[in-house]
Design a protein around this ligand. Sequence first.
Ligand SMILES: Cc1ncc(COP(=O)(O)O)c(C=O)c1O
Length: 360
Amino acid sequence: MTEKFAVRPALSTTPAYIPGKPPAAVEGIESYKLSSNENHLPPLPGVVEAAARAAGTPSHYPDPAAVALTEQLANHLGVPAERILFSAGASEMLASLARITLEAGTEVVYPWPSFEMYPQVTALAGATQHAVALTADFRHDLDAMAAAITESTRLVLLCSPNNPTGSVIRRAEFDAFMARVPSRVLVVLDEAYWEFGTDPEAVDGLAAQRTHPNLVVVRTFSKAHGLAGLRIGFAVADPEIILELRKAVLPFSVTAMAQAAARESLSRVSEVEVRAKEIAGLRDELISGLREQGWQVPESHGNYVWLPLTAGAADFEAQALAAGVAVRNLKDGVRISVGPEAAMSRVLEVAGRFRAAVER
Ligand SMILES: Cc1ncc(COP(=O)(O)O)c(C=O)c1O
């Protein structure tokens, strides 16, 4: 008899990542993918060309230390280069952080709902998970998260702005939380949507690192820079943490194309920041439009909006798909990424019709 192949027991409780759906083609109208929090604008002029030039020598491995890019980012952020490490998207960094801290018998604390990769990478590592529910107003429940930390906790994940709800962690609540976290526990602040944030009280992970050496900041070029398809993100942390992370991030995972594109985009970062704030403007208009229709929509600081739906998320998703818009159904609600103005109008039409039908 052939035996079934053997895998680690941790896989039995590990969810596979479910990506955002593509939109369905609807005759006569343009379709929009608003299900993956992608930037609807193309990268800045010159970025694609820089990537294409770097693609000219595919027989060579990329610079594994991304020296030039690291130097450039260090200057931009005002941190020493030894505090920076690149990876294939923030995703690879999150997986690496789980890998250097977690194993069977250890514990992780993260908010929920939040980024769907947190349960995946931490379950795969074999850790016991404490997914702490957000507060009624969709924010991290930092009191409950601090209370969930035990002797076995090795990792805490925080997401600000939180995907999918858009809320940010404020400086004062962050400091109060950190005061309750033992210094042996690594705290990760996932700031994938940092550039879209418009709350002056939001914690800035880089500034917070001055007083919290166990804090790892994770950011990405996928969102505001619009380079999701090239896969490049990074961590900023104490050099000793970076040394350990270097053992977990796969060598050569950041391609030469990704490095070149990131360098070009970073060289014009003020334009990236302007565009991120324009996207934030579209986001706030969408929120106002939805609120005028009677929806309870939380303030968002990402490039997306959270529409809480106690029931009916699947119906909303289906109706949006029929109207040529793919949104993300996360069961307790739908997450709608910011897209071009025409897409936002389409979303408002769908949302208005949906509400009218429910209220009837
Ligand atoms: C909160 C959060 N963190 C990290 C990521 C991963 O980004 P990437 O791997 O594309 O850099 C995402 C992607 O959607 C995200 O929403």
